[in-house]
Design a protein around this ligand. Sequence first.
Ligand SMILES: Nc1ncnc2c1ncn2[C@@H]1O[C@H](COP(=O)(O)OP(=O)(O)OP(=O)(O)O)[C@@H](O)[C@H]1O
Length: 204
Amino acid sequence: MLEAINLTCVRGERRLFHDLNVHLERGSGLFVQGPNGSGKTTLLRVFAGLTPPCGGAILWNGSPIQVARDHLRRELLYCGHLIGLKDDLTAIENLVYAAALADEPISDAIAQDALKQSGLYEIADLPVRALSQGQKRRVSLARLCYLRRSFWILDEPLTALDDAAAQWVLDRISWHLNEGGTAIWTSHLPMFLAGSIRTLQIGS
Ligand SMILES: Nc1ncnc2c1ncn2[C@@H]1O[C@H](COP(=O)(O)OP(=O)(O)OP(=O)(O)O)[C@@H](O)[C@H]1O
């Protein structure tokens, strides 16, 4: 499904990674680990087609990412470092708005159900500016409940989450992989998942 061949990336004077090879089939996950500044976010952006590598190639279902870009975009759910919510909108409005932007419109009821699953039912109608960091993160991750994307890239999804919410994220990833999806994620926290998971250590 996703193949990276001899990927190399340089930022300024630093070579972040060099001749990196990854092969991810359906139902498998990749946990990217490394110290601050080692290049995890950069690598995730390269996998998502958002940042071009300095060398090497990425294949999506056998086609170079430059050719398969539109198809990849339709299959990709990217949760970045930044939460990306509109402060003045409620949690529900944010999910409905983001789903429309992703060209997969959802009803208020679906948004409400996703928020309930992520443990946020009671604050669904509050403007996001009134939520805590962990609650905002949960709103952003509620997308994992309904967006039908086969390829998830999650950059530090556990940041600011309590134990229960972190477990919920791990369960969602496990569910996704069991359904035949693919996922790549980073975290400075341990993330124990059963199944076909590879760990990639960079920067050390
Ligand atoms: N657009 C850019 N221009 C120049 N340097 C950059 C750019 N983006 C990232 N870098 C540098 O590349 C290096 C890797 O950054 P990156 O964000 O990928 O690290 P990271 O492993 O995700 O870090 P963290 O664990 O702190 O989130 C850092 O030294 C950073 O300063």
